[in-house]
Design a protein around this ligand. Sequence first.
Ligand code: GLA
Length: 668
Amino acid sequence: MHSRWPRLDGLAYGGDYNPEQWPEEVWTEDVALMREAGVTLVSVGVFSWGMLEPRPGEYEFGWLDRVLGLLHDAGIAVDLGTPTVAAPPWFLLHHPQARPVTREGLPYGNGTRQVHCPSSPAYAAASSAITRELALRYGGHPAVVMWHVNNEYGAPLGECYCETSAAAFRDWLRARYGDVATLNDRWGAAFWSQRYGHWDEIEPPRTSGTVVNPALRLDYARFSNDALLDCFIRERDILHELAPGIPVTTNFMATNCKSVDYWRWAPEVDVISNDNYLVAERSDNYLELAMSADMTRSLAGGGPWLLMEHSTSAVSWQPRNIAKRPGEMRRNSLAHVARGADGALFFQWRASRYGAEKHHSAMLPQGGTDTRIWREVVGLGAELAGLSALAGTVVESDIAILWDWESWWAQELEWRPSAALGYLDRIRAWYEASWRAGLTADFASPGADLSRYRLVIAPSLYLTTEAAAANLGAYVAGGGTLLAGCFSGIVDAWDRVHPGPYPGALRDVLGVTVEEWLPLREGERVTLTWEESAPAAVSGATVWTEAVKLAGGKPVAWYADGPAAGGPAVTRNDLGEGQAWYVSAATDQPATAALLAAVCEAAGVSAPARPAAGAAWPRDLEITRRAGPAGRFVTLINHGSDTAEILLGGRLVSVPSGEVRVIEGDTA
Ligand code: GLA
């Protein structure tokens, strides 16, 4: 039986270690410095296929034997990579038909990583062979505590449009629909004369003169996700079989990878791990970090997970690679831990001297140990060792936010009412409001059991299946509070409009109909008010409004101006034991915050701490709780420029600007 968590004590600390880029004499120094920094876990071999199998079927494991031996002697555990994300140059020479093709029909160039078609039988054979060799050789190695399969599936290659993929897609469709008549029905093939008579007539949705059938595009996105997932499962099964007892991970990019439906992946992975890189330009990028961490924890079902990669300072692939300021790396790492990570790892241990990532920060920078980054790395290692009691504790969450990859795919296809209404924008707006209110959000899929949440927010659910709608209806009827955002409930799994007035699948739950969508012009802004005729502003909305009619629901806020002026903007429907709110506009941050406060009050949801007497809640203060048999821990991280003060369990706690406090005890 395979284990679901690696043999590790406390919180893991370390990073990607690429010793193959360095002469052997450097390895001894590496390991000594790792010990100085408190490193406990490194990912080895993620990109070393060419060094391990220099010619097809000829293996050179001696160097890896020595690396693992050195690490083990130093008490450092290894997360051993299957190097299958970067095939050696011989692979495409021997298997030209495995070269992936873009949607535009361009073959990918080589000389980089991830240049293989996920559906290629040759890739399946070659990647299985190297995985098998590694499992046989290192499955019993005492340093190896986990397998790191491949790397960031889906990025940069999420979809391949070659002929091999086309054939695999047709097989996938046959398995899904059984006969072409069913496919024609689901795909709405009567439109633009797309009725298929035979499977062989079906092509991938390659770039064309105009818009390609959205149902075909959606199914291709599903197929492409499955093709990648099959690659992972193939390697995982080899590892489980030949190296039982060692858990398997693959590093996700939780909220940052559109092409991979992680709800489908999570149950297949033993250890959920995530890579997170800040958008350096943004000064509020800690919100995005928190969102990614919360999603990762949710994929792990609330249990522990690992931060597999983040950066000590600048990355090298953004337009402007802004260096982290002193203390920022620490805040970032501890924020992940506060949100459930049982370890913080980096890309990478030692900065590369050559290759595409030589200007990327590392734990050990080009400048060596007499550097700010190194000193902070050593400090963080010691601090994490001191926080080992947090390992195994569980994050306490307050609300759930619904997230659905299929809805994301569908909403952002061509020819929509407004291209300005982005899937992530609405999620971010509601996530930010809840973060700034001191609440911790889990993410959930629309079909999940939501019964333990008092409040569920569905910011953006354009694609809502009947099953999801029934699930949400049952959740509300059972006493839950649902808040649904604009342009939700519109289409089914094939992008077909649900019959009858909008919001289709959610009409009965929300108690409203929407006669027309009224998207706004660029820069246009409308005002929302709490009373029909009074000017008490909730604040504004941009991008999107709707002509809402009540169908059982009651108005909560109105449009004061704009194309929907005089009509309800926000509604509330009492259903069974619960309530369903509908927010028909793309509300701005003040309006989103005000509406969140109102719905939280109605649902009986509150933050775990209160503002200091006479003060407002500090909007840049991050607050989270982890609890378990080892105790209860509140983490406070002040991202603002002023000291933050709050009342925690009746006690005044202050956190200076840029500081982190982990408070133990039953405080809240
Ligand atoms: C990704 C990859 C790493 C590295 C980093 C750089 O997360 O997994 O191999 O390229 O980005 O930020």
